[in-house]
Design a protein around this ligand. Structure first.
Ligand code: NAD
Length: 422
């Protein structure tokens, strides 16, 4: 299928992707309900994900011409030099379950627009959403075989890597990312990894406390904390520490936990059972080392893998909760003396996805954020992704870029042309 798809005029490829977006919009309620049923994401948040995916599709449709348009650099009587962009070929899109529409579409939309064919492996925990995507592409008129759905777990993913692929775009855990990177390294194919995070937020002494607490609690607990860029640790200036703790806990206490199909639910169950023990162990490790429980939560009895949010303070970096990705509804809040102590702890991590500073003073935020080794920085914001900006991690958070115009370039080879008349 590759030659015919790459030779399909861009306008035709765009028309099919546009139609895919229209169908996704027509069927967004069904897609959101399916997503909620299969992974427990509260229905309002599932709808947000589909709506956000539509914005990403629109962005890519609007940006692709400029990115892959042939560029003439020099044109004289003697020589012409130009740059052309060509698809990589067959790319593997191996995806996570926590935002299946976001993380999948970040790859298959720009990949298809730029003329690649795609082997799309949704997570085994978001298979119905993956099947829905494949059926919408078929309805949109994507020729057979241009996007092939690959169903299965890690063993199928391993098998997929052994195919004749020219690129692998992976979203998932660091451990799996390392296995994949090692397995494809000898082939020198394009390899991009969107991995985990342990994203810090720092609250300065000049903030609107109620507003900041509300924003950071949402950043920590949206999607039950199962977001790569969730706020995973908070540092608070000592001058506002006690007031912030109180405001933060007041927000979290109000979160409605329950049936994710209910419009009122903010916190649904976790998508998997295994994190129940992992999160309980993080809390136990912290309390054994002196952490104080501000909001007591943990595993809930009854139907579903519910974990009530746990808020801890008196935390430090000897505790796993401040160092290892939690990926669930737990948070440690640490007191700091000043900006330089905050920066020291924020930087004390093997991850590099995002970092956030809350202050009224833009220059103060800029000074701290410039020093952070992360792909994204936020001033008075957190847990936010824009289609216009590159999404990229450093260190253990990954390799390569999705979204923005750079996230289209990820799917093409450049070819340099030197043209001289005989
Ligand atoms: P995971 O690594 O368990 O699985 C991800 C995908 O890889 C699944 O499709 C799985 O079947 C497949 N897989 C597993 N083993 C494989 C192997 N050996 N070879 C090939 N494929 C294999 O991750 P997960 O639990 O689905 O996702 C959670 C993780 O994803 C978290 O760490 C989260 O931070 C990260 N994540 C990162 C981003 C980002 O943009 N940086 C976005 C979403 C999720």
């Amino acid at each position: 299928m590759l030659p015919s798809w790459r030779n399909t005029p861009l306008e035709e490829r765009k028309a099919i992707l546009y139609r895919f977006g229209e169908l996704l919009r027509d069927e967004q309620e069904d897609c959101a309900q399916t997503l909620t049923r299969e992974m427990g994401k509260p229905i309002a948040q599932a709808r947000n994900e589909i709506a956000g995916t539509l914005k990403r599709i629109n962005f890519f449709l609007g940006a692709v011409d400029e990115v892959i348009h042939e560029q003439t650099i020099i044109s004289t009587d003697e020589i012409r030099e130009k740059i052309c962009f060509e698809p990589l070929g067959v790319v593997a899109n191996i995806s996570a379950w926590n935002y299946p529409y976001f993380v999948g579409s970040n790859v298959y939309v720009p990949a298809l627009l730029t003329g690649n064919t795609v082997l799309y492996k949704p997570s085994e925990l978001a298979l119905f959403s993956g099947k829905k995507v494949a059926s919408l592409f078929a309805k949109a008129g994507l020729p057979d075989g241009v996007l092939q759905l690959v169903c299965g777990a890690g063993d199928v993913g391993t098998h997929l890597l052994n195919q004749d692929i020219q690129g692998v775009f992976f979203t998932g855990s660091v451990a799996t990312g390392q296995k994949i990177a090692a397995s494809v390294a000898p082939r020198f194919i394009r390899t991009e990894m969107e991995l985990g995070g342990k994203d810090p937020a720092y609250v300065c002494n000049d903030v609107d406390i109620a507003k900041t607490a509300e924003m950071l609690a949402d950043g920590a607990f949206y999607n039950a904390g199962q977001s790569c860029c969730a706020v995973e640790r908070i540092y608070v200036h000592e001058a506002v520490f006690d007031a912030f703790l109180e405001a933060f806990c007041a927000v979290v206490r109000k979160y409605a936990m329950g049936d994710p199909r209910s419009e009122k639910t903010y916190l649904g169950p976790l998508a998997r059972q295994s994190p129940l023990k992992f999160l309980s162990d993080q809390v136990a490790d912290a309390t054994a080392k002196g952490a104080r429980v501000l909001l007591e939560g943990g595993v809930q009895s009854g139907k579903g893998w519910f974990f009530k949010p746990v808020v801890l303070t008196n935390v430090d970096h000897s505790m796993t909760i401040m160092r290892e990705e939690s990926f669930g509804p737990v948070i440690g809040i640490q007191k700091v003396r000043d900006d330089s102590e905050a920066l020291k702890w924020m930087q004390d991590t093997t991850y590099g996805l995002t970092a956030s500073v809350c202050t009224r003073d833009e220059q103060r935020a800029e000074k701290i954020l410039s020093a952070m080794e992360t792909g994204t920085v936020y001033w008075n914001a957190c847990d936010r992704v824009s289609p216009f900006l590159p999404w990229t991690g450093r260190k253990n958070s990954g390799l390569g870029t999705t979204l923005s115009k750079l996230g289209l370039q990820s799917f093409v080879h450049v070819k340099a042309w030197h043209l001289r008349r005989a």
